[in-house]
Design a protein. Sequence first.
Length: 198
Amino acid sequence: MKIHMIYLAAGNSRRFQENKLLYNYKGQPLYRYGFNQLLKLLSNDHYTLDVVTQYPEIISDLAQLHHPRLNVIESPKSYQGIAYSIQAGIKKYNREKDAYFLFLVADQPYIEASTIQRFIDETLSQKAMLSTLAYQEKVGNPTLFHCQFYNELMSLKNDEGGRKIVNRYQNVCLKVEVEDEEELLDIDTKEDIEKRSS
């Protein structure tokens, strides 16, 4: 079973008031935390990792890494909304018949590779077509979509994200619980960083 991991590193950071993905957080750019966790999972030959970004700094940084299943996708339209990032990440997989798309956002620095792997394993063992991580029933990222949702993902517009599809099919969406709520937290403002640093 192929797992195509799509790392969404193209957000506009409007509430952060500067590019939060490049913000130096504890010694490295914020976007690197989630990326490094996904990179660990590439030891599995059935996984691929596509990083979608509109930022030259991220493209240049990741160009130094050479992995046959790592790809950086430049998405200049991402400033118009997350739908463009999602579609840039999956459009080359339009002929897939039996695979999953895993979406992780790049402002989620506390997620662990072991949690993501458990999430994938549980989704596959339950034969779920759609799943999401959750804490006490409150859903978060990442999410997993079987490729049967390709056309619906490609139909998203502007700031519509995968959550729209999750909500539409919530009666069949598998929720995989995390033990630590912090893993699902994302960084929206500098105040979020200050809270974690204090």
